[in-house]
Ligand binder design. Structure first.
Ligand code: SF4
Length: 341
């Protein structure tokens, strides 16, 4: 099999099967960057409305640079991995104010942007500037691992090196952008994680995993991530129509998002310590579970009605119930506000 055969087959498949996505009809690096950051850890169907909302609110890099962080996080609300939004905001400021608003045009320069790693820099530099840089995302690892029958774990340094070398040999000089789009799309639509479409696959006769019946075990991952379990007790103080919220300023999940006053405990508690009542009475208790990639959050919302304002209110923001949606909240808090408050 020649390298051209591999890339030509993929590109032909792509032309016939690709999805029509808005970031594929532009060469604007700003828009491609936004789409690539949104699509990290996010499926296209979930990311698409966010892409439209983000571009509508911040149509170019200067608009994003000038926006306040709360508006950026609010636009991102519900998408998770909020460091992506914070990093983009800070990278936009760098481009707007240090690079005179001109988006960098080489792999090395793009990689200097906060939150941009090898994969994203390769995607932007190849799609927009036709730089010959291989893109290794989860879809590409999966396809290569199955097609060549490679059993080296994809999350090992040896695996990363091996797959990168193979892909570097496959990417053509001509149309590296099209090749990268094609291989990612093929992995996403055809060589899917569960139930790949092998019977209708153009590679059916050449694919190692298919021949050896190993599609379900490839690609291999070595490390199982340890999950941390946390117990969040949100104390929802309500005084007439006022609520108390605070910003999560510590380096932790949901940094710079808002939440209710929080008591984090080692274990689940069945009774709220007396001092947390602040003279009020318990109106309701609601419990939810929220899964993140490395953490499982058990959240209990203790709604406490108080007769007068909190004494230590200065550490909180007092907001009227009608205005609460102006603030960015993590999904679990947003759902509570929407459905239970
Ligand atoms: S035959 Fe199946 S496993 Fe092999 S590349 Fe095609 S879809 Fe993927």
């Amino acid at each position: 099999m020649t390298d051209n055969y591999f890339s030509n087959t993929l590109i032909n498949w792509y032309k016939a099967n690709k999805r029509d996505l808005p970031w594929r009809n532009t060469k604007d690096p700003y828009k491609i960057w936004i789409s690539e950051i949104i699509l990290q850890q996010t499926k296209v169907s979930q990311g698409l409305p966010y892409y439209h909302k983000f571009i509508a609110n911040f149509p170019n890099v200067k608009a994003l640079a000038k926006a306040n962080e709360e508006k950026v996080l609010k636009t991102w609300q519900g998408l998770g991995y909020y460091s992506r939004a914070r990093n983009m905001h800070s990278a936009a400021k760098y481009i707007a104010f240090e690079l005179n608003g001109v988006f960098p045009s080489t792999f090395e320069e793009i990689k200097k942007l906060k939150g941009v790693g090898d994969y994203t820099a390769a995607a932007i530099s190849s799609f927009c500037f036709k730089e010959k840089k291989p893109v290794l995302d989860g879809n590409v690892y999966r396809l290569l691992s199955r097609f060549f029958g490679i059993e080296t774990p994809i999350d090992s340094s040896q695996g990363k090196k091996e797959f990168y070398e193979i892909l570097s040999q496959l990417i053509p000089d001509k149309n590296p952008d099209l090749f990268n789009q094609s291989i990612m799309e093929f992995g996403a639509l055809q060589c899917k994680p569960k139930s790949p479409n092998c019977p209708s696959c153009t590679w059916e006769n050449k694919c190692e995993a298919f021949a050896k019946k190993k599609t379900h075990i490839l690609p291999i991952k070595s490390k199982k991530k340890k999950q941390r379990i946390r117990y969040f007790n949100y104390i929802v103080y309500k005084h007439e129509k006022n609520l108390y919220i605070q910003k999560r300023i510590k380096k932790d999940i949901w940094q710079n998002m808002y939440e209710f006053p929080l008591l984090e405990t080692e274990n689940e508690i069945t009774k709220l310590p007396e001092k947390n009542f602040n003279g009020g009475f318990l109106k309701s208790i609601k419990k939810f579970k929220h899964l993140l990639s490395h953490q499982k959050i058990y959240a209990t919302f203790w709604e406490i009605n108080i007769n007068s304002s909190l004494k230590n209110k200065n550490q909180y923001k007092v907001v009227n119930l009608e205005n609460i949606n102006e603030f960015p909240f993590p999904k679990i808090v947003e759902n509570y506000i929407k459905n239970d408050l």
